[in-house]
Design a protein around this ligand. Structure first.
Ligand code: PLP
Length: 426
């Protein structure tokens, strides 16, 4: 029995799908302790957009530590924080004409969501928040109330309150604009839906099955929020930091969210780090009201500022993500064409795309086969029916092609195996 079996809680999850002991990592690759190399198309569930151990980020961090830089400073001002804020202002906020202030929350995405929801409730003096079907916002109680996933909700043990659910874009089928429904219930004082403080939305639903909201839908959602005096929170924890081909996932829709949550790839290096961006006039916090010991991770400030400098000062990196996203779309189309019997559908945007398979048993078998052949890739969606590509954005074309080859061949292998098992059973 390994120490993981003896001493690690049953709550472990990814470890079950990839049951080896990993030891080294570099770029888009992980190596286990037996020296076997894997292409990593999970990338820390969207945390490693710039790959594992990017040498420039690593060097900046090592230099900082060796020079005696501060590791922990509560939320006190440090040079590392100053540099991060200045770089974030200069490279991200100012060019987008965003006057948002930065709240350093506890270092997980869920904590940034908790802060966003609390603040919206305070500002508007209302309890209710609207979240969307299949949305995922974290598993602490406040955020979990906004999360749709039954597996996670079922673990809460208490009533999850203060959130009403509305259908996400496409939930009611094509040709039905679900923001019209939202507008309708909010316009009817007796609809039974309390006027919310805010709406929280992912522009591309990471855990919920890679559904990408239409830009027109997002614009109409924003208009409905303005019409009813409701704040718009975009949860960009998974889709942000360049994953969809722009720094924020909402940019091509042209909307201006009041509050934005960011985490995962913000540190650029896989270090825990989360922020809630707040439109300046909504910053109603009193000092310390949303507190926490680990607010502002100085090591993450160093790597985050370096990553912003390296990748976001001009548009070249974003352009490369869009190009790789186009390649991914084409490859997914080819896979769908090769297996017409599966009726595979494409979802997502940029390097956040997935293939919808008929069911979660099939995707589970395919991901297992991928792992056998050196590819780490995971499922998403209400029934795990979507195989999702979250490869590092810095991946080179050869590795991207190789990973997709493995996925395509794994699909063929699993289908052939199923066919021969069915024949044998007859
Ligand atoms: N919001 C979104 C969109 C996410 O994808 C996630 C995590 O996958 C979270 C919030 C929660 O982040 P964390 O797991 O760091 O609490």
């Amino acid at each position: 029995m390994t120490v993981f079996q003896r001493r690690e809680s049953e709550v472990q999850s990814y470890a079950r799908a990839f049951p080896v002991v990993f030891d080294q990592a570099d770029g888009a690759r992980l190596t286990d302790r037996d020296g076997r190399s894997y292409l990593d198309f999970l990338a820390g569930a969207g945390t490693l957009n710039y790959g594992h151990n990017h040498p420039k980020l690593r060097d900046a961090l090592v230099d900082y530590i060796q020079s005696g830089g501060i590791t922990h400073g509560l939320d006190m001002h440090t040079e590392a924080k100053e540099k991060f804020l200045e770089t974030f202002e200069e490279v991200i906020l100012a060019p987008r004409e965003m006057d948002h202030v930065v709240q350093f929350t506890g270092p997980t995405g869920a904590n940034a969501v908790e802060a966003a929801m609390k603040l919206a409730r305070q500002v508007k003096g209302r309890n209710n928040i609207i979240a969307f079907t299949n949305g995922f916002h974290g598993v602490t109680l406040g955020a979990l109330a906004a999360t749709g996933n039954q597996h996670h909700r079922g673990a809460a043990g208490v009533a999850l309150t203060g959130v009403d659910r509305m259908p996400f874009d496409g939930y009611m089928g094509d040709g039905y604009d679900t923001t019209d429904y939202l507008d309708q219930v909010l316009s009817d004082a007796s609809s039974g839906v309390e006027r919310p403080a805010a709406v929280i939305v992912e522009c591309v639903q990471g855990e919920g099955g890679l559904k990408a909201a239409d830009f027109g839908w997002l614009r109409h959602l924003e208009a409905v929020c303005r019409k009813h005096d409701i704040l718009l929170i975009v949860d960009d924890i998974q889709a942000g930091c360049g994953r969809t081909g722009t720094f924020f996932s909402f940019e091509p829709a042209g909307i201006k969210p009041d509050i934005i949550t960011l985490s995962k790839s913000l540190s650029g290096f896989g270090l825990p780090f989360a922020v809630t961006l707040i439109r300046k006039d909504l910053d109603a916090w009193v000092p310390g009201a949303h507190n926490g010991t680990f607010r502002g991770n100085n090591h993450a400030f160093v790597t985050a500022a370096t990553a912003l400098d390296l990748f976001w000062r001009d548009g070249k990196f974003a352009e490369s993500v869009r190009e790789k996203g186009d390649y991914l779309t084409n490859r997914f189309r080819r896979i769908a064409e090769r297996f017409p019997e599966l009726g595979l559908k494409l979802r997502g945007r940029g390097l956040m795309q997935g293939l919808v398979y008929p069911d979660g048993d099939l995707t589970g078998a395919i991901c297992k086969e991928c792992f056998k052949n050196g590819l780490i890739i995971e499922t998403s969606g209400p029934n795990d029916e979507v195989i999702k590509c979250l490869c590092p954005l810095i991946i080179d074309e050869a590795d991207l092609a190789k990973g997709l080859d493995i996925l395509e061949e794994a699909t063929a292998t699993v289908l052939a195996r199923q066919a021969s098992q069915a024949a044998a059973a007859e």
